[in-house]
Design a protein around this ligand. Structure first.
Ligand SMILES: NC(=O)C1=CN([C@@H]2O[C@H](COP(=O)(O)OP(=O)(O)OC[C@H]3O[C@@H](n4cnc5c(N)ncnc54)[C@H](OP(=O)(O)O)[C@@H]3O)[C@@H](O)[C@H]2O)C=CC1
Ligand SMILES: O=C(CO)COP(=O)(O)O
Length: 336
């Protein structure tokens, strides 16, 4: 029987681990908080991250990473981008001490500040190559709040190694949750990270009182920017037309369950970024991703008007309405 360890007990790690527990997979979730481990094991809840949700009693949590990882065939890392290196280093030490090799998977959607590295690139830097047989990512349109309720969800698992993607696919699949696989790890990671930028912008439009025409325009032109960055970084353009691209863009750019959409909406309504981040209590990945992608575009001579406008709003205090006007009055051009 496949054993899976999930590292990170926030909303997404818990929802994915719970899906596997429902499927009778031998899964253990690791949290660095002892009180949360006790809550999951005793109450079968995770009130901070999934309020009101009842978890499967089969889902076991561990405060010690070694306990969760020992004997696992696959380790799924689900912490925010800024914690990936720390958790990856801890995992490397655990795997080395256990002399164990695993399939290494993640479900994190971001790019590293400064280096602009993808999550799998960071993991490759900190986990020795002999400790994992393959790398894979869970991407696509999937809010934890909907998954935990059993709402219908389809995701895409990207990996160059089909068998590795298949292990995760089999562990997650049920009548409510349908994972597809693809062989574009890079594009799947980028789709998940880049759509958060556009979701922030979509939320801002709604916060300002604009309608669905505006949202559709932003999401569609945003997809062009996502594809452009993706192609520059080496992704397959078709990936952006799949679940990891347009699929995730639709859900994150339109759902009030999205942290990025909600943050953008609050900013559009006039709140300050610091206040929005403090009140969210969960990671808003798009805020850092805007900076990483803006810097990447400057270094690589990419013209990304939407990303640039959002960077100016978030990091230079620019007025949102003025940025919208300047986007709408750029020199007219053909759609490309
Ligand atoms: N939520 C969702 O619906 C989805 C999220 N994602 C992606 O998944 C990733 C995780 O997001 P999400 O679950 O929402 O995040 P949350 O903010 O809900 O939770 C983050 C979790 O990571 C833990 N954590 C943070 N730093 C560390 C660390 N150094 N060591 C151990 N644990 C740590 C937090 O612990 P603590 O409580 O101590 O802060 C918390 O349990 C993000 O990249 C997000 O974009 C992808 C798809 C859906
Ligand atoms: O990636 C996600 C949905 O697919 C989650 O997006 P948020 O972080 O904006 O909630």
């Amino acid at each position: 029987m496949t054993k899976i360890a999930v590292l990170g007990a926030g909303s997404w790690g818990t929802a994915l681990a719970n899906t596997m527990a429902i499927n009778d997979v031998d899964v253990q979730i690791w949290s660095h908080r002892a009180d949360q481990v006790e809550e999951i094991n005793q109450q079968h809840t995770n009130e901070k991250y999934l309020p009101g949700a009842q978890l499967s009693p089969k889902l076991q949590a561990a405060a010690d990473m070694t306990t969760a990882v020992k004997g696992a065939d696959l380790v799924l890392v689900v912490v925010p981008t800024k914690a990936i290196r720390t958790v990856g280093e801890q995992l490397a030490a655990v795997l080395t001490s256990l002399n164990q090799q695993v399939i290494l998977a993640h479900a994190t959607k971001g790019l590293e500040q400064g280096t602009h590295l993808r999550i799998s690139e960071m993991l490759r830097e900190v986990v020795p190559a002999e400790r994992y047989s393959a790398l894979t990512v869970v991407s696509g349109p999937s809010h934890a709040e909907d998954v935990i309720k059993g709402d219908l969800t389809a995701v895409s698992i990207g990996a160059t190694d089909k068998a590795a993607a298949g292990v995760l696919q089999a562990a997650l699949a049920n009548q409510h949750f349908r994972p597809y696989t693809n062989q574009d790890l890079l594009g799947s990671e980028l789709g998940g990270a880049l759509k958060n930028i556009i979701a922030l912008g979509s939320g801002m439009l709604i916060g300002l009182g604009y309608g669905v025409n505006a949202q559709a325009a932003l999401l569609t032109r945003g997809l062009v920017e996502m594809r452009e960055v993706g192609q520059k970084m080496g992704a397959q353009p078709e990936t952006f037309l799949g679940l990891a691209g347009i699929g995730d863009l639709i859900v994150t750019g339109m759902s009030p369950n999205s942290r990025n959409f909600r943050a953008g909406r609050a900013l559009g309504q006039g709140q300050q970024l610091e206040q929005v981040q403090a009140e969210m209590g969960m990671v808003i990945e798009g805020v850092n991703t805007v900076k990483a992608v803006y810097e990447y575009s400057q270094a690589n001579h990419l013209d990304l008007p939407i990303t640039t406008a959002l960077y100016r709003v978030l990091y230079e205090g620019a007025d949102i309405e003025k940025q919208i006007t300047s986007l709408m009055t750029r020199p007219l051009k053909a759609e490309d």
